[in-house]
Design a protein around this ligand. Structure first.
Ligand SMILES: *[C@@H]1O[C@H](CO)[C@@H](O)[C@H](O)[C@H]1NC(C)=O
Ligand SMILES: *[C@@H]1O[C@H](CO)[C@@H](O)[C@H](O)[C@H]1NC(C)=O
Ligand SMILES: *[C@@H]1O[C@H](CO)[C@@H](O)[C@H](O)[C@H]1NC(C)=O
Ligand SMILES: *[C@@H]1O[C@H](CO)[C@@H](O)[C@H](O)[C@H]1NC(C)=O
Length: 583
């Protein structure tokens, strides 16, 4: 451990305090014609070979093959011309690209094939429900597509159902606010249910529910599955059961006493994915949030950083529910166009109900650990107040790190002002540079040697009314000398008791993304960062404690991450050769 020398401490204080020094525009410097050899290109996150990607669509496992479709612009690095691109995998780590699965065609989706979901019908036959844009005014309908050849485990070709659209917006729903059909589930009455996101009376988000006997003809139920005032448009609904007894996932159609139901919505106006735990009354077709559960804007979130339009599926091969989500860029449009791509998917996460029953827990799928190499373990030790500990021996720009803290002395913890209810705001006021009694302590990732650049993921402990409150932050304010980036700080309160539990933090670092899991996955924060100095071999990784009280690091384990094979084989052919589809 390096105790700060006076100069280093001064430098640290100075840099943390003043944030950003004068910027050298270096992005051109790293510019390269080959989008796969850039400093911000990721090594093990899902992304297409080039161009724009947003929502994950229709994830499923079919005949032992994992499928991921995604919203894609074949013609550029910004949003537009949206099609369903398609990749498959046997391990959820390495991905093979296929031909575009759904391209716009008049009259049912001539202006875009927007988000939707896959459902496995009885006898395992897959079906896709998706939103079609029928005109330039963004009028939305729901469509059905089926594989051309169900014997093909790669489901390479799809055809659109001849009687599309299967749904148009019902009165009084505004047809430009009617989208993103969910995976369907089967009720005990042998009727399918499908949820569609919408908005009514300007500010009330709602989930319309439809039922069907044959998957082709759908009838709207009298009441929405759920709605909430003052939340804005609801997109990408995901509705599924979670087991109350264990961490196993269950099929989307399971009902009964051993499950609770989760309703996830993507709040369009707030760019956040919120979920509520409750029960599902299948006879009334109503979702009933658990007592005391707040939904909507102040409710629980899967991830408190950049994370949107998520979708889960039941992996019947391994009995788990897996979550995917789109991670938007935080760079300027100009920089996105220069680098030739935009958008990542999170590392797929297993998802289950916490023992408390009050929230979900997420953890990167175990398969991702196959990319770990060069394990470095540090013996447990105290991290004194205002000290820094570099972990070397790993490729810090592409790494996995797990650290565990133990706190014995709580006397110095600051008192939590009862008005501090917004963790993101608290993290932006109290970034890594603001010292307190207990914290900030955590990790500085993608850090330059001189700490001109770093992303800080850390905890801070407060004295609450009758318990200690743990705040988890991801502070991007010093992440890059390029000031064109969005450097918003993110934060969450972490539901752990630091008196009796260790404070765990895991971060998956991949060049321009940092996915952090606090408390074993009870709070997740994903950030996009674009350092100019801290790239490739010039990236460093530190544990830090900028608080007054020492904390004990009980374990610190880091790995370099190998590069995964993602969408590099067989570049998608139809795009280059078929310009006529452009609209
Ligand atoms: C359907 O897929 C199977 C398995 O890939 C293949 O053997 C068969 O030739 C395909 N049928 C058609 C009509 O393409
Ligand atoms: C429907 O929603 C769009 C926004 O998507 C809005 O511009 C339009 O004015 C709305 N139409 C009506 C009739 O309210
Ligand atoms: C994506 O990120 C950019 C830059 O931070 C932001 O301006 C934009 O609103 C984001 N879009 C969504 C849908 O989150
Ligand atoms: C830190 O925690 C480890 C693991 O619990 C323990 O073995 C060690 O004694 C602690 N270190 C100190 C200095 O208390």
């Amino acid at each position: 451990m390096v105790n700060f020398s006076l100069t280093l401490l001064l430098l640290f204080t100075l840099l943390l305090g003043h944030g950003i020094v004068e910027l050298v525009e270096a992005s051109d410097h790293h510019q390269s014609a080959d989008p796969t050899s850039q400093p911000y290109r990721t090594g093990y996150h899902f992304q297409p070979a080039k161009n724009w990607m947003n929502d994950p669509n229709g994830p499923m496992i079919y005949k032992g093959i994992y499928h991921l479709f995604y919203q894609y612009n074949p013609y550029g690095a910004v949003w537009g011309n949206i099609v369903w691109a398609h990749s498959t995998s046997t391990d959820l780590v390495n991905w093979t690209p296929h031909e575009i699965a759904l391209t716009p065609s008049d009259p049912v989706d001539g202006h875009g094939c927007w988000s939707g979901s896959a459902t496995l019908l009885p006898r395992g036959k897959p079906a896709i429900l998706y939103t079609g844009l029928v005109d330039s005014k963004e009028t939305q309908v729901q469509n059905l597509a089926m594989p051309k050849n169900c014997s093909d485990p790669y489901l390479k070709e799809w055809f659109k159902y001849e009687n599309n659209p299967i749904l148009s917006a019902p009165i009084p729903i505004n047809a430009t606010l009617f989208r993103d059909p969910s995976t369907a589930w089967l009720g005990p009455d042998q009727r399918w249910r499908m949820a569609v996101g919408s908005l009514i009376d300007n500010r009330e988000g709602l989930i319309l529910l439809y039922t069907s006997k044959d998957f082709e003809h759908w009838i709207k139920t009298n009441n929405p599955l759920h709605s909430e005032k003052h939340t804005g448009m609801w997109e990408c609904p995901d509705f599924f059961p979670v087991s109350t007894g264990d961490q196993n996932g269950v099929d989307t159609s399971i009902l009964g006493p051993n499950v609770k139901h989760v309703l996830k919505i993507s709040l369009f106006d707030y760019h956040r994915d919120c979920y509520t735990i409750g029960t599902y009354d299948v006879n009334k077709d109503k979702f009933i949030p658990e007592e005391g559960k707040v939904g909507g804007v102040p409710g629980l979130r899967y991830d408190y950083g950049k994370f949107y339009a998520s979708k889960s599926f039941f992996d019947s091969a391994k009995n788990r529910r897996i979550l995917w989500a789109w991670v938007n860029e935080s760079s300027s449009w100009g920089d996105d166009i220069k680098k030739g791509w935009s958008g990542l998917q999170t590392i797929p996460r297993s998802l289950w109900l916490d023992k408390s029953g009050k929230q979900l827990v997420q953890w990167p799928i175990v398969e991702i650990e196959s990319l770990r190499e060069n394990q470095v373990d540090l013996p447990s030790k105290f991290l004194e107040g205002r000290s820094l500990l570099e972990t070397s021996g790993v490729t810090a720009a592409q790494a996995d790190i797990e650290i565990s803290f133990e706190i014995k002395e709580f006397d110095k913890a600051e008192v939590l002002d009862p008005s501090w209810t917004n963790p993101q705001l608290l993290c932006s006021h109290k970034g890594a540079s603001v010292e307190s009694g207990l914290g900030p302590f955590g990790l500085l990732v993608l850090a330059s040697k001189d700490l001109q650049e770093y992303t800080a993921v850390f905890f801070r402990i407060y004295k609450g009314q009758n318990k200690y409150v743990v705040l988890m932050c991801s502070d991007q304010s010093s992440s890059s000398l390029n000031n064109k980036n969005d450097k918003t700080s993110y934060g969450a309160f972490l539901n752990v008791d630091p008196v009796h539990e260790k404070l765990l933090l895991r971060s998956l670092i991949d060049h321009s993304i940092v996915e952090s899991f606090g408390g074993g996955g009870k709070a997740c924060i994903t950030a996009r960062v674009y350092p100019i100095l801290a790239i490739e071999n010039d990236a460093h990784l530190y544990a830090f404690n900028y608080g007054n009280e020492k904390v004990n690091i009980t374990s610190l384990r880091t790995w370099s991450m190998k590069k995964a094979q993602i969408n590099i084989a067989n570049p998608i052919k139809s795009v280059a050769s078929d310009e006529s589809d452009k609209f």
